[in-house]
Design a protein around this ligand. Structure first.
Ligand code: PHE
Length: 346
């Protein structure tokens, strides 16, 4: 057997038991590399007689071609049957990791911000640990005023400020009104504040922490029509075209006149009855959802805005109430239980 045949035989033996691409590449270098066995064999041509050279050259070239082909075949085999040590099947579908989703409240907040963004209202946030002044005094509810009792308040055990009174957990979003007037300095104001509020209540319709969103608009010639128009726009965008809003006279210390806002009941769709029976949820076709009114002149004054030049409106909706209506949920506390089975439904 000549050297060429021996080399081929040896090579075949070597690659037969190979089982990784890496090992195949090592062998490839040993045989076909620049300083490899084939080149070494070719160099030995100088020792041959001239009549033998041609034949030898041809044989070595044939050997090279064969080795190349054998490597190609082996590579295909190894790709199809990957080595088990580093087994990774790229064709298998990936593992499905459970996907989270936004909490109902976060979802509502995003939707509300988008709706108001479209009509040029900027979204602001204010302290939730607040001074009495911004939640009450600046809103036409001076110390000792009985209207303060309506906003059962959690007080913070902290030093009192001479100017702003005690520290509290803000019981409503209206503390944003004078803060925003002070921040902007001069109207126009078109602002929306979506925030947490706190009152010490815990039953099927109340949690001690809840969310409101408050909208404030102050400019020249702002009137109730603008207020009603904005509320209608919001209700239709949020709930759908078939929903209506109505204003019902009410009293708030910081708005004059004041209203409560009712919207079409989602359960009986405004009819007040379901197959001849009075609707249990609303009894009248309407559900109370928010407070609103024209900003009281004393509030504008507290915000250093001249009430003879400017007027404004404000309203605030409870976000949990929006969700109760949408989902017809009968226990609001489930929103904050963190029960994954409930949260997964949305
Ligand atoms: N802050 C009031 C409440 O929590 C709602 C309200 C906001 C009323 C703005 C009028 C204007 O009940």
């Amino acid at each position: 057997m000549n050297n060429v045949e021996k080399l081929l035989l040896e090579f075949k033996k070597k690659i037969k038991n190979l089982d990784t691409i890496h090992d195949l590449e090592t062998i490839q270098i040993i045989y076909l590399g620049r300083k490899g066995l084939i080149n070494h064999l070719l160099q030995s041509i100088t020792n041959l007689k001239s009549e033998e050279k041609k034949d030898f050259g041809l044989k070595v070239n044939k050997l090279k071609t064969s080795i190349n082909q054998l490597i190609g075949v082996k590579r295909q085999q190894l790709i199809k049957k990957p080595d088990t040590a580093s087994y990774f099947d790229i064709t298998l579908p990936g593992k499905q990791y459970p996907k989270g989703s936004l909490h109902l409240i976060s979802n509502a907040i995003e939707k509300i911000s988008d709706i108001f963004k479209k009509i040029g209202f900027i979204r602001m946030t204010y302290p939730e640990v607040e001074w009495e002044y911004f939640s009450f005094d600046s809103l036409n509810m001076p110390k000792g005023h009985p209207a303060r009792d309506d906003f059962e308040t959690l007080f913070i055990d902290a030093a009192e400020s001479k100017k702003y009174g005690k520290m509290i957990l803000s019981p409503h979003t209206s503390s944003c009104q004078v803060r925003e007037m002070m921040r902007v300095g001069k109207p126009p104001i078109r602002m929306i504040n979506i925030a947490k509020c706190y009152r010490p209540n815990w039953d099927v319709t109340h949690t001690p922490m809840f969310h409101q969103f408050e909208s404030l608009c102050v400019d020249k010639n702002i009137n109730i029509t603008n207020l009603k128009g904005t509320i209608d726009y919001f209700v239709k965008e949020y709930f759908g075209e078939e929903f209506e809003a109505r204003l019902r006279p009410f009293h708030f210390q910081f708005t004059e006149p004041s209203f409560e806002i009712d919207i079409t009941c989602a359960v009986c769709l405004g009819k007040g009855e379901i197959s001849g029976q009075q609707c249990k949820v609303c009894k009248s076709g309407w559900l109370e959802l928010a407070g609103a009114g024209m900003v009281h002149p004393n509030v504008l004054k507290a915000g250093k805005i001249d009430p003879s030049k400017y007027t404004g409106w404000a309203f605030a909706f409870g976000i949990e109430r929006l969700i109760i209506i949408q989902t017809k949920m009968d226990n609001i506390r489930i929103l904050y239980d963190g029960d994954i089975r409930f949260l997964k439904e949305f």
